[in-house]
Design a protein around this ligand. Structure first.
Ligand code: NDP
Length: 297
């Protein structure tokens, strides 16, 4: 069954009046040297959290963090992190442990797409899947022991896309597998491998995969499915896992096209990541912009 979208309201009190965090609250954002990730770091820092801006390129990352510190946000720290490289993840996790002793918020934002808006090549499918799905998954799994599980509730916000929604999948078997209540991480990886195999075979176009930005959509489909499984794994504990689609945003990924700016997308993302503990759901997919919607993952 497709999950039903319900309207979600942000008309609740302004962020500053629901403040549960403090200077010691640590938020990590991946792929944050530009775009939505950079805007999220800025917003978190303005709101007074300690923020770790990560980027795969040291120069770009340092420059981005420095520009925020120059804007009067000394609570922004940079650390290199390439989510597609397990060794880089390992180095980052031990740096975070040594430097801050843990974290409270993780935003898996880093992602790639190699297509122009109206293209659908799968030439770089492996890199897309490796970065957008496996990168977020491996980083999450590696950071799980460092979450503080405090009363304020630790949070993971996966920046996803409506292109990875279940209703974009046209193959009924794949859909049934992913929608099964007992879905396992192994089954998600099997679906991803099936897609990569169909790319190798040259059969992907006739197999009922999402029709737009297919490799990217499959990566986000897998990320959504993993988020659902993870939310179930941590049900009842002090860790919430949700996904957020920022909508069509003016960034490098869209070659500057979109209906709104990264700052506007980040405002909604920050509100979600910082929901008060007693209003924080888990296992939800939030659709920002347009009417705000949330649905079960
Ligand atoms: P950008 O291309 O502007 O930013 C992507 C960021 O990810 C860059 O900082 C990039 O670094 C980084 N990145 C790429 N690969 C890696 C890697 N291996 N390790 C670490 N960082 C990496 O795109 P957006 O800001 O638009 O995208 C942010 C998120 O929002 C993504 O998850 C995207 O899928 C999602 N999204 C965006 C939409 C939009 O309309 N823009 C719509 C729906 C979802 P570098 O500069 O080095 O390339």
């Amino acid at each position: 069954m497709e999950s039903k979208e319900v309207e979600f309201s942000f008309s609740s009190p302004p962020l500053s009046s629901t403040r549960w965090w403090c200077r010691d609250t640590v938020a990590v954002v991946t792929g944050a040297n530009k775009g939505i990730g950079f805007a999220l770091v800025k917003r978190f820092a303005e709101l007074g959290l300690t923020v770790v801006l990560t980027a795969r390129d040291v120069e770009r990352g340092n420059k981005a963090a420095e520009s925020l510190r120059e804007q009067g946000l000394p609570n922004v720290h940079f650390s290199p992190l390439d989510v597609s490289k397990p060794a880089s993840i390992q180095t980052f996790v031990s740096w975070l442990d040594t430097t801050f002793g843990g974290l409270d918020i993780l935003v898996n934002n880093a992602a790639v797409s190699f297509n122009e808006i109206d293209e659908n090549s799968v030439e770089y499918a492996e890199t897309v899947i490796k970065t957008n799905f496996y990168g977020a998954k491996l980083l999450t799994e590696s950071l799980l022991p460092l979450f503080r599980f405090s009363t304020s509730i630790s949070r993971i916000l996966n920046i996803s896309s409506r292109l990875g929604s279940m209703n974009k999948v046209r193959d009924l078997n794949i859909k049934a597998t992913l929608q099964n209540e007992r879905l396992s991480e192994e089954q998600i990886e099997e679906v991803v491998n099936l897609f990569l195999q169909s790319v190798k075979n040259g059969t992907w176009q006739s197999e009922g995969w999402p029709e737009i930005w297919t490799d990217y959509s499959v990566s986000k489909l897998a990320l959504n499915a993993y988020s659902r499984v993870l939310a179930k794994r941590f049900q009842g504990s002090r860790l919430s896992i949700n996904c957020f689609c920022p909508g069509f945003t003016q960034t490098s990924m869209t070659r500057g096209q979109g209906t709104h700016t990264p700052d506007e997308a980040a405002e909604v993302g920050a509100r979600l990541a910082l929901l008060p503990p007693d209003h924080l759901p888990t296992g939800q997919f939030f659709l920002g912009f347009g009417p705000y919607n949330k649905s079960k993952l």
